[in-house]
Design a protein around this ligand. Structure first.
Ligand SMILES: [Zn+2]
Length: 110
């Protein structure tokens, strides 16, 4: 036997009373509260590129790789932007600094 009717949720005729208003004290305590922003429908998780490629050690001689982790001005991209994990970010930073010393990468480029 197939059930024809599935017991659905009954919708109350009147909307439920609004949520209790925010306490004015709490709002006053945080005057610089961040503005509410819409969440993206689907937030993609950033994946560490080096972990994905299973790079065990970042070598300072991997010039092309390191350049992809630096800005045009020579700054090292933050892990927040590049999505690098902490371990690889440390390795990148070390390698980039070595490269700067060897003048393969710029300290600051204008
Ligand atoms: Zn990683």
């Amino acid at each position: 036997m197939i059930q024809d009717k599935i017991p659905g949720r009954e919708v109350p005729p009147q909307a439920a009373p609004a949520a209790p208003a925010e306490q004015p004290d709490a709002a006053a305590a945080r005057p610089s509260a961040p503005p509410p922003f819409r969440k993206r429908p689907e937030q993609r998780r950033k994946v560490c590129r080096l972990c994905a490629e299973q790079v065990e050690h970042v070598d300072y001689k991997q010039f092309q790789l390191l350049r992809s982790f630096t800005m045009e001005s020579g700054k090292i991209l933050s892990s927040r932007i590049s999505g690098t994990c902490a371990r690889h970010q440390r390795q990148i930073a070390r390698a980039v600094k070595r490269n700067r010393n060897l003048s393969m990468l710029p300290y600051v480029a204008k």
